[in-house]
Ligand binder design. Structure first.
Ligand code: XMP
Ligand code: MG
Length: 183
């Protein structure tokens, strides 16, 4: 972990920077094969997906465009409710577009489930999902996620875009947050 100033806040590094980049390259090769000859609109979900988007987009040898959406999920600080509000909508129209949602993490799946319904109602040709992380033990709604980087344990993770109280997004690795930070 290069950000040694916060290393006391972390229990352990779960996925290293090198492992993240190898996985993103692997996902990019699959996406290139599946979308050959198509113009893909990557929809990043702010703010957590910023790093995944930046690295995936540069890795893809495809003509892509990028757009962003920000949503907030009502619920407690650690559990989402599935009731979602749009904080920033897309700039693009989705009619007839080939859409790939780029997400940092799927926890309960409730936010993504809502997002899929919302984007599909706008008439795109297709909507698929690429999520770097997924917590199988937390899933409350089964979703068909075409591209998943890593299935991880049900711990709160930070780094590489993921935050706790807006901190730690700039860490290069993904790490487990030490319980003393949030208790
Ligand atoms: P749901 O439960 O709706 O929530 O799938 C997905 C959103 O919750 C956030 N989330 C996390 N953020 N570390 C984080 O920094 C985590 O371990 C974590 N789990 C869920 C995240 O914003 C995600 O989009
Ligand atoms: Mg998120």
């Amino acid at each position: 972990m290069d950000s040694s100033d916060v290393s006391g806040d972390l229990t352990n590094v779960l996925i290293t920077e090198a492992e993240i980049h190898a996985k993103i390259a692997e996902l990019a090769r699959r996406i290139e094969a599946d979308y050959a000859g198509q113009d893909v609109l990557l929809v990043g979900v702010l703010k957590g997906a910023v790093m995944v988007m930046a690295d995936l987009a540069r890795e893809l040898r495809l003509p892509i465009t990028m757009d962003w959406m920000a949503v907030s999920s009502y619920g407690t600080s650690t559990q989402s409710s599935g009731v979602v509000r749009i904080l920033k909508d897309l700039d693009s129209e989705l009619e007839g577009r080939t859409v790939l949602i780029v997400e940092d993490i799927i926890d309960s799946g409730l936010t993504l489930s809502w997002l899929l319904g919302n984007l599909r109602s706008r008439g795109p040709a297709s909507v698929e999902v690429c999520a770097l992380l997924r917590k199988p033990d937390a899933v409350r709604i089964e979703l068909d996620v075409k591209y998943v980087g890593f299935d991880i344990p049900n711990d709160f993770v930070i780094g590489y875009g993921l935050d706790y109280a807006e901190k730690y997004r700039n860490l290069k690795d993904i790490a487990v947050l030490a319980p003393h930070v949030y208790s």
